[in-house]
Design a binder for this molecule. Structure first.
Ligand code: ZN
Ligand code: ZN
Length: 594
């Protein structure tokens, strides 16, 4: 019996009408999703000229019989949705029956498919059936789309540069590979292999295929659940971060979704472990009852609304924060050769520059191809086993012994594992920050009276806001009152201000309170205030510390909740392991070390 039925007309209209086929990437997406829905174990995507020349998708899926192969090209034919309720169930990928028909109406499509018995070949060009005939019986489907947009010149003109087309196809295939580690994906453009996954259902291996083994080594596995959600996946160490949000991949029941709130919660969980404007690499799968989500059925976007969003965000934040809080996060100094990931990843922001100088496509594709020759070091790393090590460190920062100070800035330390450099400003900033934050979130009324009261003049606007916040300041431990026109007098301040920095810190606090915004968030304000004060009260560069002072600083740093980063996410400490040092001095293997 035919698997494809013609979709109910009313339902078809409910699917947001519009541009299914906008560009090469949307064709790739439709074809690949059809292959996935056909239970393929291997999907090969071959492109010529980033898809503008040819898009060929070969799969080993269930294939179609002759009847289905022809009906597949009729508008609203689909095997996936039978009634409206199914639209809200996102367990199947393709739900847009018109996709193949749309593609065939603007290109030349050659379909070869077989269920394992008789094979069928269908050729459709510009929406017109050109031929249907029997062909060989290899099970699966091969579909070739060429001359895309040949009959819609406006659309053709609208296509972005080949580089952009290829980048967006690569991005799509990367994500679909991450969401289907059990399927073997190959993406080839003009003969260059861009991506190859092994389909062994090992997500970390798939991550490695995309980002390189160095990144895969720095991924942490996460797991957790509550009554409504089951969370699993991998998150990068904070030191592995990117300028764009694009590498935070969230899956809902195995399907890639984009959701700003999720991305924000993930990034917030890394707060102060890395700069806030750099984003981690994560692949997080959320499993839930499909009735808990509302999927927006715009054909080109995948937007999603969770009915218990707050609960989900809290769960994800807790899982990530708990994971990070158990790690030792001292980045190793960069002693490697250029890593594969930097060669492999399309760097889209350089596009304009590249295109200006090199309009030829062949040259641009080089950036995408996997380097076949591997250095010895990389080969050595290939032996990395895809097992997850559970590292739980009670003492997050090891014992360190200071040796001296370089450039009045970096404390050199050592222990049996290696050599460490601590940025004294960043370290002290972290110590101050945690102290201030603790004091700000648990205010006491204790204060210190100033021998000489401090007066401060403000603009009339600042004065008005500040006056409204006298109680807020009093709770913090200030004795503050009006003092003439647009001026205030401070007679006492909280006990936790840094000695020698009191005036500076008071002024900074008043300034910040006076600039309070309408949608004021106390936790954020405290965080910002603590970070600002911490920086002001930290050790400046070119300040010499004695060994005793260094020891005290390291001691305080070790007591920190996160000893690895300043409140702005910069590292406080980096390490050269003994191995790194031996490697750099080429000692390993040549001489025994004493
Ligand atoms: Zn600073
Ligand atoms: Zn900082």
């Amino acid at each position: 019996m035919s698997k494809i039925r013609v979709m109910d007309e009313i339902l078809a209209n409910k699917i947001a009408a519009g541009e299914v086929v906008e560009r090469c990437a949307s064709v790739v997406k439709e074809l690949v999703e059809n292959s996935i829905d056909a239970n393929s174990k291997e999907i090969k995507i071959e492109l010529k000229e980033a898809g503008t020349g040819l898009i060929k998708v070969t799969d080993d899926g269930s294939g179609m019989d002759k009847e289905d192969a022809v009906v597949a090209f009729s508008r609203h034919a689909t095997s996936k949705i039978m009634d409206e309720a199914d639209l809200y169930n996102i367990n199947t990928l393709g739900f847009r029956g018109e996709a193949l028909a749309s593609i065939a109406s603007v290109s030349n499509v050659l379909l070869k498919t077989s269920t394992g018995e008789v094979g069928t070949l269908v050729n459709i060009k510009g929406g017109k059936l050109i031929k249907v005939e029997n062909t060989d019986a290899r099970k699966g489907t091969v579909i070739e789309v060429s001359e895309l947009f040949y009959n819609t010149p406006a659309r053709l003109k609208h296509m972005k540069s080949l580089y952009t087309e290829l980048a967006s196809i690569t991005d799509y295939v990367n994500k679909i590979a991450l969401s289907h580690p059990n399927i073997r994906f190959t993406l080839i453009n003009n003969g260059n292999t861009i991506l190859k996954t092994d389909g062994t259902n090992n997500l970390l291996k798939t991550i490695s295929s995309i980002y390189g083994i160095d990144t895969a080594r720095k991924m942490l596995e996460i797991n957790g659940e509550d009554d409504d959600y089951v969370i699993s996946g991998f998150i990068s160490l904070p030191e592995v971060n990117r300028a764009g949000r694009n590498h935070m991949v969230t899956l809902v029941n195995g399907r890639v979704v984009r959701n700003q709130e999720l991305n924000k919660a993930i990034n917030d969980s890394y707060h102060s472990y890395k700069p806030d404007n750099r984003y981690p690499i994560v692949v997080i799968n959320i499993e839930l009852d499909p009735s808990l989500v509302d999927v927006n059925i715009h054909p080109t976007k995948m937007d999603i609304k969770f009915s218990k969003l707050e609960e989900l965000l809290d769960l994800i934040k807790n899982i990530i924060i708990n994971k990070l809080n158990k790690q030792t996060l001292i980045p190793e100094a960069i002693t490697d050769f250029p890593v594969l990931e930097e060669i492999k990843e399309p760097i889209v922001k350089e596009e304009k520059q590249v295109l200006k100088e090199k309009p030829k496509y062949e040259e641009i594709t080089l950036d995408f191809s996997i380097q076949e020759e591997k250095s010895d070091y990389v080969k050595e790393k290939d032996n990395f086993e895809y097992k997850i090590k559970e590292e739980i460190n009670e003492e997050r920062l090891p014992l360190l012994y200071p040796v001296g100070l370089v450039h009045g800035t970096y404390i050199v330390c050592q222990n049996e594992i290696g050599m460490y450099l601590i940025d004294q400003h960043a370290a002290k900033e972290r110590i101050n920050y945690e102290l201030f934050k603790e004091k700000l979130t648990h205010p006491t009324n204790e204060n210190i009276h100033l021998l000489l009261p401090l007066t401060m003049e403000l603009t009339n606007n600042e004065y008005i806001v500040l006056k409204e916040n006298f109680d807020f300041l009093k709770n913090m431990g200030f004795d503050i009152a009006e003092f003439g026109i647009n001026s205030v007098i401070i007679k006492a301040h909280p006990t936790w201000l840094t000695k020698g920095f009191e005036d500076l810190q008071i002024r900074k606090i008043l300034e910040l309170v006076a600039s309070k915004e309408k949608d004021f968030d106390l936790a954020k304000f405290n965080d910002y205030l603590a970070a600002t004060l911490a920086c002001k009260a930290s050790i400046k560069a070119n300040t010499d510390l004695s060994i005793n002072e260094m020891e005290a600083l390291i001691d305080d740093l070790r007591k920190c909740h996160n000893p690895f980063n300043c409140p702005h996410g910069r590292p406080t400490i980096i390490t050269f392991t003994k191995y790194d040092l031996e490697k750099m001095f080429k000692r390993s293997g040549f001489e025994s070390l004493k």
